[in-house]
Design a protein around this ligand. Structure first.
Ligand code: SAH
Ligand code: SF4
Ligand code: F3S
Length: 436
C-alpha cells in the first residue's frame, strides 16, 4: 500500500446549509489542533475535506465533479476526505466510484478525522458513518473562531420525516445539546470576537434541555452576555413555534427581528402529502402571532414547486400564500426526488418544464416582495453590524437587524455596530448613510 507523508496543509470546502458551514469550521479547528495549517489561497492543499450536501440531486452530483477537479497535473491527488450528508448517505458508493477518496466521514463522526488521516497516510481507506451515542462535541477542541458573526449548532437531526427530505436519514434523530455546553461555547465565541451568534439546528426551535427549557430560555441566557449584541436562530418548523419562543420576539431586544419559517407550499393537500403536519392557515396564524409581538419582523421561508401530484390550481395556492405573507426574502426550489424518500416513488412526478415555469412565477413574486420590503425600509434608522470591507475605498458591508445587506462609506471597522439611515434600496441590498 502506498504511504503518504502526513499532511501539512488542509482545505475544507463546505456546501449546503449553515449547519454544514458550522461543521466545516469545527473540522478546520480540529485539523488546526493537529498542527495542520490552512492552505493559502491558490496553494495546493495536502488534505482536502469536501463537506457535502445531499438535499437535492445537483448538490450530490457536485461531489464527484469536485473530486475529479482535485486531480493534479501529474495525476496525483491530495488526501481527500468526503464529509457531510452525501458521505452519510452514499459512503460505500463514494469509495467504489472514486478511488481518490481515502476517507468518508459522516456528520456525527468527524471528531474521528485525525485517526482516519493517520490511517490514510498508511494507505488505508476508511468509511465512518456511525452515529455514535456519545456526542462528537465533547471530543472537539474549544472554539477559536474570530469574526463578528458566528454559528452555534444547538440541535441536530430531524424527526419530522417530510416525505421529500433526506435530512432525517443523513443527520439522524433530533438531539439537543446541553444548556451549559451551549452557554460555554457562546462565551468562547464572544471572547474570540463574535458580536452576533446564530443558533443552528435542522429544527432549531425543537431544542429543549433535560429540564424541558425551550429555545427562548437559551436565548434569554445568552442575552445576558454583555459583548454579545445580536442573536438569531435558524431553521425552524412551524409546529415548534411555541408561545414562549413567540413571546421572546417581543421581550428580548437582542433577538433580531427576523424569522426563517419554511412553509414549502400553500395548498393543504400538498402539505399533507409532504407530511408537513401544518396547514397553510395554521402557518399564517403562527406568523400573525409573531407579528403581533414584533410588528417589524422580517419573514423568510422555503418553498418547493412541483411536488409529485401538485396541480396548477394547487400551485396557485402557493402564490396566494406568498401574497398573503409579504416575505422579506426566501429560498425556492424545484422538487428533486431523493433516493429512499417516500415522495421519490409517488405517482404524478411533475415534468421538468412545468417545474421550471412554476419556479419562475414563484421567484418573480418573491423577488417583487423582497424589493418591496427593502423599499419600505428606506428612511429607517437602524444599527448595522459591520462584517467586512466593501469593493470601494472607505466602503463597508454589514447587516441590518432584518438581515438585509447594507453598504455605506465612512469611518468604521469590522465588528463595529454603527447607526445608519437607509437611503436607497435594491433587490439584494440597501445603501446606508452613516449617522454621527
Ligand atoms: N429543516 C428545515 C430545512 C431543511 S432543508 C425545514 O424543515 O424547513 C432546506 C430546504 O430544502 C427545505 O426547506 C426545502 O425547501 C428544500 N428541500 C428539501 N428537500 C428537497 C427536495 N427533495 N427537493 C427540493 N427541495 C428540497
Ligand atoms: Fe427535512 Fe422536513 Fe425535517 Fe425540515 S422538517 S429537515 S424539510 S424532514
Ligand atoms: Fe444539505 Fe445535509 Fe444540510 S443534506 S442542507 S448539508 S443537513
Amino acid at each position: 500500500m502506498a504511504t503518504t507523508p502526513p499532511p501539512q496543509t488542509y482545505r475544507v470546502k463546505s456546501f449546503g446549509c449553515q449547519m454544514n458551514v458550522y461543521d466545516g469550521e469545527r473540522m478546520a479547528e480540529l485539523l488546526g489542533a493537529q498542527g495542520i495549517r490552512p492552505a493559502a489561497e491558490g496553494e495546493d492543499a495536502d488534505l482536502v475535506v469536501l463537506n457535502t450536501c445531499h438535499i437535492r440531486e445537483k448538490a450530490a452530483e457536485k461531489v464527484y465533479s469536485d473530486i475529479g477537479r482535485l486531480r493534479r497535473d501529474d495525476g496525483s491527488s491530495p488526501l481527500i476526505a468526503v464529509a457531510g450528508c452525501v458521505a452519510q448517505a452514499e459512503g460505500e458508493e463514494i469509495m467504489a466510484r472514486a478511488p481518490a477518496v481515502k476517507m468518508v466521514v459522516g456528520p456525527q463522526a468527524y471528531h474521528r478525522l485525525p485517526a482516519m488521516i493517520e490511517q490514510a497516510t498508511l494507505g488505508k481507506r476508511a468509511v465512518d458513518t456511525d452515529m455514535p451515542a456519545e456526542t462528537k462535541f465533547g471530543a472537539l477542541p474549544a472554539r477559536r473562531k474570530v469574526g463578528p458573526t458566528a454559528f452555534l449548532t444547538v440541535q441536530e437531526g430531524c424527526d419530522k420525516f417530510c416525505t421529500y427530505c433526506v435530512v432525517p436519514y443523513t443527520r439522524g434523530a433530533e438531539i439537543s445539546r446541553p444548556f451549559n455546553d451551549l452557554v460555554a461555547e457562546a462565551h468562547k465565541l464572544v471572547e474570540a470576537g463574535a458580536r452576533e451568534i446564530t443558533l443552528l439546528g435542522q429544527n432549531v426551535n425543537a431544542w429543549r434541555d433535560d429540564s424541558n427549557r425551550g429555545l427562548e430560555k437559551l436565548i434569554e441566557t445568552l442575552s445576558e452576555i454583555p459583548e454579545l449584541a445580536r442573536i438569531r436562530y435558524t431553521t425552524s418548523h412551524p409546529n415548534d413555534m411555541t408561545d414562549g419562543l413567540i413571546a421572546a420576539h417581543g421581550d428580548l431586544p437582542k433577538l433580531m427581528p427576523f424569522l426563517h419559517l419554511p412553509v414549502q407550499a400553500g395548498n393543504d393537500r400538498v402539505l399533507k402529502a409532504m407530511n408537513r403536519s401544518h396547514t397553510a392557515d395554521s402557518y399564517l396564524r403562527v406568523l400573525d402571532r409573531v407579528r403581533a409581538v414584533r410588528p417589524d419582523i422580517a419573514l423568510s421561508g422555503d418553498f418547493i414547486v412541483g411536488f409529485p401530484g401538485e396541480t396548477d390550481a394547487e400551485f396557485e395556492d402557493t402564490l396566494k400564500l406568498v401574497d398573503a405573507v409579504g416575505y422579506a426574502q426566501c429560498f425556492s426550489f424545484k422538487y428533486s426526488p431523493r433516493p429512499g424518500t417516500p415522495a421519490a416513488t409517488m405517482d404524478g412526478q411533475i415534468a421538468p418544464e412545468v417545474m421550471d415555469e412554476r419556479l419562475q412565477r414563484l421567484q418573480a413574486a418573491l423577488n417583487r416582495d423582497q424589493l418591496a420590503f427593502n423599499q419600505r425600509s428606506v428612511g429607517q434608522r437602524c444599527t448595522v453590524l459591520v462584517e467586512r470591507k466593501g469593493k470601494y475605498p472607505g466602503q463597508w458591508l454589514g447587516k441590518s437587524p432584518w438581515l438585509q445587506s447594507v453598504h455605506f462609506t465612512g469611518e468604521a471597522e469590522i465588528g463595529a455596530l454603527v447607526e445608519v439611515e437607509l437611503v436607497e434600496a435594491g433587490p439584494n441590498s440597501l445603501a446606508g448613510r452613516l449617522l454621527a
